[in-house]
Write a protein that binds this ligand. Structure first.
Ligand code: SF4
Length: 367
């Protein structure tokens, strides 16, 4: 039985992880750029999902859809796909493929069809699955987040307890790369409960790696209150990156409180200043258009953006109401003309990146 993976920009890490998981069950996931027999698997987020509905509905093969959108909206996904995977796929996808291959009609936990849905009955133990194998990806070191930012799907998909891959497993995987880059909700939280840092454990990890290490920068970021002299010391001693990427999200304390970020604007300012003391360039994430954001709130974010850009860089996005989050279905607010003008001006100077007008732009090629 041929099992395929539909290649879509931005989903390579899911392919890498699920391909490695399927290999453990003797299943090979082959990359395709259109649906093909016998089974084609998709990972879709809610921004790109509308672009693939028709393709999946018209596919002349069995279709399986996972990822954040299928997890949150599995009933809707099952109106056009044969199967939706609810939650983590490392164990569920191979079990589903085995079920299809064996002609069984009993779906495994974590799978929905048009007629039934079984919730997942366990979470993935990271140690049981390599982060990648034949298909290369970044090294996922931790999963889950104890914070509950209202716009974010991470704790809703992966739970609010942080799970960590062991240092031995990370070092073994990292040995096939010269540069080590990590996937984690908060790189400085490695080894901890996600709230109280365990920099001793983070240092043990870093000292076990024989790589050019990129920590707290692409493809992962950190929270501002984890930026401390201890964490930046570790970056300076063990890592190759000269930038530290962290989330501020808003320059308004009122908005930060409303979206349950769990830190203040002052924490962001302290983090930027500390990065500068350590000669590290701060790269700060912001989101504009939160439903609760007033024009004055957005102007406060703009003030923060302008100040950050003097010292570092800004990564800006337009709010997307993601399904499965407390802000699902809410209407984004407008982007003020002065916000567009300022971000546009900063982008031209190389001080701002992101997609504050068209969120889907990062998933599709620009013509
Ligand atoms: S935005 Fe970051 S800190 Fe907040 S819930 Fe998501 S992963 Fe956790």
């Amino acid at each position: 039985m041929q099992v395929n993976w539909r290649t879509i920009k931005g989903t390579n890490n899911s392919y890498a992880a699920l391909s490695a998981a399927c290999e453990l069950y003797g299943i090979s996931l082959e990359a395709v750029d259109r649906p093909a027999a016998d089974i084609t698997c998709y990972s879709l987020n809610s921004i790109i999902e509308p672009h693939f509905r028709e393709e999946i509905r018209d596919a002349d093969c069995i279709t399986v859809v996972g990822g954040p959108h299928a997890t949150a909206c599995y009933r809707e996904v099952c109106t056009y796909a044969d199967y939706a995977i609810i939650g983590e796929g490392e164990r569920t996808l191979p079990l589903l493929i085995e079920m299809i291959r064996d002609g069984s009609s009993t779906t495994p936990p974590g799978v929905a069809t048009a007629r039934s849905a079984r919730p997942a009955n366990s979470c993935v133990w990271l140690e049981a699955f390599p982060p990648f194998s034949r298909v290369r990806g970044y090294i996922e070191i931790s999963r889950g987040c104890p914070f509950g930012c209202k716009y974010c799907q991470t704790p809703r998909i992966f739970g609010r307890s942080m799970r960590h891959r062991s240092i031995d497993a990370i070092a073994r995987t990292a040995s096939c790369y010269r540069d080590a880059r990590f996937i984690t909700p908060n790189a400085f939280a490695y080894g901890s409960d996600g709230i109280h840092p365990r920099f001793d454990r983070l240092e043990r990890l870093l000292s076990a790696l024989d790589n050019n290490i990129y920590l707290a920068t692409f493809p992962s970021e950190v929270r501002p209150e984890f930026i401390t002299p201890e964490s930046l010391d570790l970056v300076c001693r063990y890592c190759a990156n000269t930038k530290v990427h962290f989330g501020a999200q808003s320059g308004s304390d009122r908005v930060l409180q409303q979206i349950s970020r769990g830190h203040s604007v002052a924490d962001v300012v302290d983090a930027v200043e500390l990065c500068l003391e350590y000669d590290l360039v701060p790269v700060v994430d912001v989101i504009v258009g939160f439903p609760c954001e007033t024009d004055d709130d957005q102007r406060s974010t703009l003030d923060l953006v302008t100040w950050v850009a003097r010292h570092g860089q800004v990564h800006a996005h337009y709010f997307t109401p993601l399904p499965g989050t407390p802000l699902a279905g809410q209407q984004p607010g407008p982007v003020l003309p002065e916000t567009q003008k300022t971000l546009g001006r900063l982008a031209l100077k190389g001080k701002a990146t992101g997609s504050w007008i068209a969120p889907e732009a990062r998933f599709f090629k620009q013509n």
